[in-house]
Design a protein around this ligand. Structure first.
Ligand code: FNR
Length: 373
């Protein structure tokens, strides 16, 4: 607190060679309350810590002398071409990190041919972000998939209006987040940052009365919370691919697939929802087994380096998403920072693939993983 916040740089500072370096520097560029909000896990932050531990525990078996003459990282997902298997996760309020917010992020995503999922709680409108993506694509001659993350609203007509707006703006898939609906944000937004997509609708719940805050059952938050029938309803109301985000249990994954989900994001929301929750990487193989080989699976929560991406793919994911690192790089150096952050991650992934003998993503399998006897 009281620490001076430095404005974002227009160059990449020296000493940045990995995502962790952006995380370290970002704290000097983000206001202290916003920083705490972004970095925090829920409660004792055990899930947050465990996400990293679970990934770090996995060791890889290097494979020398691979043929890399045809090496690439391309993949097809839901009928769309991806240059590499990483997307920017839906993260609320990018303006907490940089005044250009999601506009800067989406330009970096297009420049680095990286898919981006725009949050319902974005701090520029979903239309403004889509327009910036189009402009950047035309300017750069590069493009990447753009998806919209949907939070169900208390009134279905409001949910539907978000869906229609996303369709009209050209978003190519909907990511329906199911793990954070009964959570209140305790973070009062600073002036100039708001949920602009939700103007005219009830705003996300802030922490209110202390007594109220700890009681859920019987409140509108509980009685009005979305359920499985909302997925069926959503399925009949859009032709866009529907991805369900925030699943950890094999049973829930099967249920989502049965009700028409086109893909699943295995996620514990970056350790922000249930502190005792298992880490996605620990359950990924079970979820893969539950849904079979065809259903696309994405994973997030704790991905910070190229080998993390490799580990997730080896355990059954088709692609991964990154959350907090996008705000770190954005805060340090805006569009340039996020583009550079993605460049670093991609370089690390390619190096990790080369060192484990994988010239293409489909070669990344469980045989890369070393298990203690
Ligand atoms: C999130 N996340 C999130 N998810 C979502 O579906 N809609 C949202 O608006 C947000 N907002 C949000 C804000 C902040 C500050 C964080 C840190 C996270 C969760 C996000 O999509 C993703 O699941 C996690 O961030 C992944 O974990 P890592 O990469 O941050 O460890």
């Amino acid at each position: 607190l009281g620490q001076a916040v430095q404005p974002a740089l227009s160059r990449i500072p020296s000493g940045i060679g990995a995502l962790a370096d952006y995380a370290r520097q970002a704290r000097h560029h983000i206001e202290a309350h916003a920083w705490a909000h972004i970095e925090s896990g829920c409660d004792q932050a055990q899930a947050l810590a465990h996400n990293r531990q679970a990934l770090d525990r996995i060791r890889l078996l290097p494979e020398p002398l691979p043929d890399l003459s045809q090496a690439h990282t391309h993949l097809q997902l839901l009928g769309q071409a991806f240059d590499w298997p990483v997307l920017l996760a839906p993260v609320a309020y990018h303006r907490l990190a940089h005044p250009e917010g999601e506009i800067a992020s989406v330009r970096a995503a297009m420049a680095m041919r990286t898919g981006m999922v725009v949050s319902t709680l974005s701090s520029y409108t979903l239309e403004e972000i889509a327009q910036a993506a189009n402009a950047a694509s035309q300017e750069l001659g590069r493009t990447a998939p753009l998806w919209f993350q949907l939070y169900s609203q208390p009134d279905r007509q409001h949910t539907l209006s978000l869906v229609r707006r996303a369709e009209a703006a050209g978003y190519q898939a909907l990511v329906w987040t199911v793990d954070a609906n009964i959570k209140r944000s305790g973070y009062p937004l600073p002036p100039g940052v708001e949920a602009v997509n939700l103007r005219g609708m009830p705003q996300p719940q802030q922490t209110g009365d202390l007594m109220d805050d700890h009681i859920l059952f019987g409140t509108p938050l509980a009685t009005g919370a979305p359920r499985w029938s909302d997925l069926e309803w959503l399925r009949t109301h859009t032709h866009l691919p529907l991805i369900v985000k925030g699943i950890l249990s094999p049973r829930a994954a099967r249920q989502a697939a049965a009700l028409g989900a086109d893909a699943i994001v295995v996620s514990n929301h970056g350790g922000r929802v249930l502190d005792a929750a298992v880490s996605p990487i620990d359950v990924l193989a079970d979820v893969r087994q539950a849904v079979g080989p065809q259903l696309p699976l994405l994973l997030d929560s704790g991905i910070r380096q190229g080998t993390d991406v490799l580990k997730a793919l080896a355990l059954g994911a088709n692609a991964v998403l990154i959350g907090r690192p996008q705000l770190h790089s954005l805060a340090v150096a805006g569009t340039l920072g996020t583009a550079h952050m993605l460049y670093l991650l991609r370089s690390e992934l390619e190096l990790a693939m080369a060192q484990t003998g994988c010239a293409q993503l489909r070669q990344i399998g469980a045989d890369l993983l070393w298990q203690p006897r």
